[in-house]
Ligand binder design. Structure first.
Ligand code: ATR
Length: 264
């Protein structure tokens, strides 16, 4: 039986095992997917387990998407461009790091039928997921991407990779069509981002990368002021879908049952 893992720290919140094991069972695959909380020192041994085929593949989550890179043999163009890896597997004897967050985000937005083309997008947060979102937004034709992060240097660092970014101070609100919460604020139910929601106008698109809780304070407030909202559930499903397809060479269904699975 092949074993797959999602590694991170913390990891309890991850729904990846639930989703992957559901697809594994549904497609009669002889495999199991588990979550494992690890420390930086464990990364080397985990990659060795892939090389020795004791592990079929791994997903990587916060805070290791960048730290894992030096341990890998090769990066896909997507992982290289974002310096962020969320999916790992053995290809032609080499341990390859890939990024399925970029297409996960793109497909998630398309699923919600929002057209990013020529829109001004404001991103809150410059952490691990930000480069993948920026790359996807560029690909989808956003006219302008503005970013703000509590630690401004991290947003400035991103500008070195993506020169067209506009960096503004944390707490400032620009004119925008779509705003994305790419921070971890909201993972705890009581957390809210200090934003002037009343001054932001209406009919904007508020997107939160967080999917658990289902509706963060960010989305709740946005809704109160007459805006459209979406959480990160479909992004999460699509990034997992791509990883599953690569590992098992089989495209699982994303049906109503798959989607409701994550609401329980
Ligand atoms: P990492 O920063 O290690 O990449 P992450 O979970 O991917 O971790 O990103 C966390 C993001 O949420 C960061 O943008 C972080 O801002 P800082 O770079 O200033 O740390 C942001 N964040 C988390 N808690 C926050 C808070 N209370 N207020 C503002 N931003 C916060």
């Amino acid at each position: 039986m092949k074993k797959y893992l999602v590694i991170g720290n913390p990891i309890e919140h991850s729904y990846s095992p639930k989703l992957h094991n559901y697809w594994i069972k549904k497609n009669n695959i002889n495999a199991v997917y588990e979550k494992k909380q690890i420390n930086k020192e464990d990364l080397k041994n985990i990659i060795f387990d892939i090389k020795k085929e004791r592990l079929g593949g791994i997903n990587v989550t916060v805070p290791f998407k960048k730290f894992i890179i030096p341990f890998l043999d090769e990066l896909s163009p997507e992982a290289d461009e974002t310096k962020s890896v969320n999916t790992i597997y053995l290809q032609n004897g080499k341990v390859l790091g890939h990024n399925t967050d970029i297409s996960g985000f793109e497909l998630g937005i398309k699923y919600s039928k929002y057209d990013v083309k020529n829109k001004i997008v404001f991103i809150l947060g410059a952490g691990g997921v930000a480069p993948s979102i920026i790359l996807a937004l560029k690909k989808m034709g956003a006219s302008k991407i503005i970013i703000s992060n509590r630690t401004k240097e991290k947003a400035e660092d991103l500008k070195n990779f993506f020169h067209e970014l506009e960096v503004i101070d944390w707490g400032e609100t620009p004119t925008f069509d779509m705003v994305i919460n790419a921070t971890s604020i909201g993972l705890k139910n009581e957390d809210g981002i200090k934003l002037d929601y009343s001054g932001m106008g209406h009919n904007k698109f508020f997107y939160d990368v967080i999917y658990n809780p289902k509706e963060t304070i960010f989305l709740k407030r946005a809704k109160l002021f007459g805006n459209r909202t979406e959480n990160g559930k479909m992004m999460f499903i699509y990034q997992a879908h791509q990883a599953f397809t690569i590992w098992h060479k089989l495209m699982p269904d994303i049906d109503d049952e798959t989607i409701t699975l994550l609401e329980k």
